[in-house]
Design a binder for this molecule. Sequence first.
Ligand code: TRP
Ligand code: SF4
Length: 326
Amino acid sequence: MNKRILSGMRPTGSLHLGHLAGALENWIKLQKEYDCFFMVADWHALMGEYEAPENISDYAIDNVIDWLAAGIDPEKSTIFIQSQVPEHLELHMIFSCFTPLGLLERCPTYKEQLREVKTRDLHTYGFLGYPVLQAADIMLYKADAVPVGEDQLPHLELTREIGRRFNLLYKTKVLPEPKAILTKHPRLLGLDNRKMSKSYNNAINISDSDGVIMKKVSSMITDPKRIKLADQGHPDICNVYSYYEIFAPEKKDEVRDWCENAKLGCTECKKRLAAAILDYLKPVQLKRNELLQDTSVVRKILDNGRQKAREAAANTMADVRRAMKI
Ligand code: TRP
Ligand code: SF4
C-alpha cells in the first residue's frame, strides 16, 4: 500500500497561475507515488467568509474543475468536499476538548490574520479553532504526509501536537505523525509585483479568456530603468522574466539577450509572454471547457470521492472511539 497524503484548498475564489504552478503541479506529481486525498476545505472557507458564504459552493465546484483540468486524476486520487464528510466535525469536536487554548492563541497564522484582515471580524470561537479542524482533516485519513506551502507549517506542527496528545491521553497509537512535503513555490508574483492573490486583484486566473490574459500581461511592471528600447534591461529584477522562467523556460536565454542587449522592447516582450502563457494554459482550458459542458461528470467524481472519503473516515472514527472507550 502506498503512503497516503491529504491536502486541501479553501474555495474562496477562482484559481490562478500561482495555484497551478505551485500546489497543483506538485499534487499532480505526487499522484504517482502516493495514495492521494484532495479536499475542498469549504468549512475552512466558511470560518473566514461566514458573513457572505453564498459563493463557497460554486467556487468549490469551479476549483475542482480546475484541479481536474490541470491533471488531478480521479482514477488515482480521491477528490472530495469536506462538508460532505461529517466525521470531520466529530473529530474536530473531540480534538477541541483537549487542545490547549494557549497553543491556538499563540499560533502565528492566527495572530497574523487578526492583525492583517480588516474586512471581517475574525475574533470568533470558530476561527480560533481553524487549525483544530485542519488537524481533524489530516488525522481522519491517517495521512503520512501533507503537501503544503510554508505558511501552513505551524498548522502541521499543531496537528502533530494534537495527535501526540491524543495518543498519550488514551494510551494508543492510532494517530500517526504526519510529515510536511513542502511545496516549492516558484517565485511568482502578481501583475503589480506583490504576492499573487485574489484579494490584491493582481492574478491571472486559469479561467481567464485569451483577451483578458493579454491585457493583464500588458499591464505587468517591467524593469523601471528601461524606459526606451535602446536602454539595456535587467531581466533578473523583472517580473516578466520570472514568468518566462516558469511558463516558457526554453525561451529564457533568448529573452535575456533581447533585454540585456536592447534588441526588443518591453511591450513586445510582454506580448510574446502572453502568447507563451496562452500556450501553457491551452490544454488546461480545453479540458476545463469540456468539463463545464457537462458538470454531471464532475458531480459523479465528487460522489465517488465522498464515498471513499467517508469509508476511510468511518474507519478512523471507529478506532478513535475504541481508543477513548466512548
Ligand atoms: N489551511 C489550508 C490553506 O489555507 C487549507 C486546508 C484545510 C488544508 N485543511 C487542510 C491543507 C488539510 C492541508 C491539509 O491552504
Ligand atoms: Fe522585462 Fe522583457 Fe522588458 Fe526585459 S525586455 S525588462 S525581461 S519586459
